[in-house]
Ligand binder design. Structure first.
Ligand SMILES: [Fe+2]
Ligand SMILES: [Fe+2]
Length: 132
């Protein structure tokens, strides 16, 4: 479901590794959602979702530090996109996920769709400009 595809590779090793990790976390969360026999599923899912969100922020800061180090001319525009997405991430109510057990699968699936959709679009259109 969620994985790196050949056209997501920028050729910058640390960026590709971090993107890979983000997709792995999304896939792990998705797999756990489908697993009806796992114990403490809710708290494990909440844990994974917050890890995914935190790691997205960490990745953005690494990417921006790299852009600074190479004097990338479009760092302001690129960082603005990161900030905008971080704003949407901060609106996600993690505690509500935990209480929202009945609809949890759908809520988390939608969240993963939203996260992965944004990432794929950003990687292909914006991160890729770093190597053009
Ligand atoms: Fe980026
Ligand atoms: Fe990125």
């Amino acid at each position: 479901m969620y994985e790196m595809k050949p056209d997501y590779y920028t050729g910058i090793d640390f960026i590709d590794k971090e993107h890979t990790r983000l997709f792995e976390l999304a896939q792990e969360t998705y797999d756990l959602l489908q697993d009806d026999f796992s114990q403490d599923k809710t708290s494990a899912i909440v844990q994974l979702v917050s890890e995914l969100i935190d790691y997205t922020r960490v990745h953005f800061s690494h990417e921006e530090a790299y852009q600074k180090s190479i004097d990338y001319p479009y760092i302001t525009e690129h960082a603005a996109q990161h900030r905008q997405f971080e704003d949407s991430l901060s609106q996600i109510d993690i505690d509500a996920l935990e209480n929202d057990l009945d609809e949890q699968n759908e809520t988390v699936e939608n969240l993963l769709e939203f996260l992965a959709g944004w990432l794929i679009n950003h990687i292909k259109k914006v991160d890729m400009l770093l190597v053009k």
